[in-house]
Each structure stands twice: as C-alpha cells, then as structure tokens.
Write a protein that binds this ligand. Structure first.
Ligand code: NAP
Length: 234
C-alpha cells in the first residue's frame, strides 16, 4: 500500500528538496507536471459516471480527490513559476503511481460501501481538514510564486520565502498538503486512504527536512529557529 507514495521518493532527484532533471521535459516542467496530474484528475472525473450508485461518503471522497487534482492542474498552469525540468522516466512513473493510488482509493471506497458506516463518523471533520489543507497549500504556493517574476531558464534563483507560516517553517505548503490528505483519510475512513496519508506524511517530512538543510547551506542569514514542517517542533 505504501508503494504508490514511496515511488516518488525514489524517483525524484532531490537537490534542494525540489525536483530537478536533465532530459526529456527539461525546461518544460509545466508540461511534465500536467502529464503527471491529468490522468488522476480524469480518473476522478470518470468515476462520477463509472460508479453511479454511491453513498455520501463515496461522493465526498470522489469530489475531494477530483478537486485536489483540479487544483494541482490549475496551479501548474496559473500559479507556479518553475525552474529546470523533470526527467521523462520519472514523470511516467510518478504519473502512474498517482493514477494507481487514486484509482485504488476510489475503488476500495466503492467496495467498502457494503460494509456499512463506521461507529465514529469522521467525514465532517475530514471535510474541514481537507478544505483547510487545500486553502493553506494554495496560499503558500501563491507566496512562493511571488518570489519569481517569470518562469524559465532566466529566472532560476531561489529566495527565502516570507509571509504566512513561512516565518516559522520552511515548507508550510507541505504541512497543509498533509492536512488535506489527513482530511481525505477521515472522509474515507478506509484502510487504504489511511495508509496513503501516512505515506504522504513520511515523504513530506523527509522532503521538508532536506529543503531546510539546503536553505541553511545556501543562505547564511537563514533563521535557524525556522523549522522544517511542524512549527516549533520539527
Ligand atoms: N502528496 C505528495 O506526496 C506530494 C509530493 C510532492 C509534492 N506535493 C504537492 O505538490 C506541490 C508542488 O510540488 P513541486 O514538487 O512541484 O514543487 P515545490 O518544491 O513544492 O515548489 C513549488 C514551486 O515553488 C517554487 N519554489 C520553491 N521554493 C522556492 C524559492 N525558495 N524561491 C523561488 N521559488 C521557489 C518551485 O520552483 P522550482 O521549479 O525551482 O522547484 C516550484 O515552482 C507541493 O507543494 C505539494 O503541495 C505532494
């Protein structure tokens, strides 16, 4: 179950915590990221039609996953200002791993409808966490995008991000991404979604830790009290 979330860890070439590559989509990361996210978005969208018999929990999960990938695509087109590229082979593996995990999450939810409702209902708390996660993630992506005028080869430099939770952690966008996936696992209350959320948490903690290390090595003035992902803790 962890495989689908672990694959990106092994295929990303992490330098400063960001994905870099040498061939294929190099200089065209936007296309690469669209290639990565679009199949999962389409799988979510198609599931509304493929699985017409559903309860509220299933409908909420489908909506959350589809909206999550819609937002990613929106950000790739309108928000992020990329440097560098992404390797074609990595792009294919990551795209397939997202598609596989999204499809399994949807299908396992569809099958588990027959098991009845859990004793403690977490789906409404899940909706709140998901909305908080997706909003906070978007806001911090917007702050990151303000650090560069344009994307492309002429604007590759990195700056110390400011504003929002950037004043206390290096990767608040990952923190909110985690909240979003915890929200999805609460909406689902299914073992696969929980495993997926745990995989995301472990991966993004590792990636934020690498990103903080990189900021400390690159910027002498980088404030040491700024943690990696959890304010005042880690
Ligand atoms: N669920 C998961 O397992 C998972 C895994 C990975 C990502 N994600 C989500 O996807 C989002 C996007 O991830 P990503 O890998 O594409 O990018 P990212 O590393 O989160 O960075 C997002 C954008 O901000 C730019 N940026 C970052 N730090 C910067 C700085 N100091 N100065 C100037 N620009 C900076 C990046 O530029 P560059 O082009 O130079 O990198 C990129 O365009 C994440 O924030 C997270 O929400 C989720």
């Amino acid at each position: 179950m962890f495989l689908s979330t672990v694959i990106p860890v092994t295929t990303f070439n992490i330098d400063n915590g960001h994905v870099v590559g040498e061939c294929g989509f190099h200089g065209k990361r936007r296309y690469g990221m669209l290639f990565i996210y679009t199949p999962s978005f389409l799988a979510g969208l198609a599931s509304f039609w493929l699985f017409p018999d559903h309860n509220l929990r299933f409908l909420l999960l489908l909506s959350a996953l589809t909206f999550h990938f819609f937002k990613r695509i929106f950000e790739v087109i309108f928000i992020h200002k990329y440097s560098g590229g992404i390797m074609v082979d990595s792009g294919i593996v990551i795209s397939l791993s997202y598609l596989t995990s999204t499809s399994i999450m949807i299908y396992s939810q569809y099958l588990s409808q027959e098991l009845g409702e859990p004793l403690i209902d977490l789906k409404y708390l899940g909706i709140v966490l998901f909305l908080l996660g997706i909003t906070g993630n978007f806001y911090h992506h917007y702050l990151l995008s303000k650090l560069r005028k344009n994307d492309g080869d002429d604007e590759k430099d990195y700056k110390i991000p400011k504003g929002g939770l950037f004043d206390v952690v290096v990767c608040p966008h990952y923190l909110f991404e985690i909240l979003g996936f915890v929200g999805i696992s609460f909406i689902s209350q299914n073992l696969y979604a929980l495993s997926f959320a745990i995989g995301v948490i472990l991966y993004l903690i590792g990636r934020s830790y690498a990103t903080r290390k990189w900021y400390l090595s690159k910027f002498q003035a980088f404030p040491k009290h700024v943690k990696a992902i959890f304010p005042y803790l880690l």
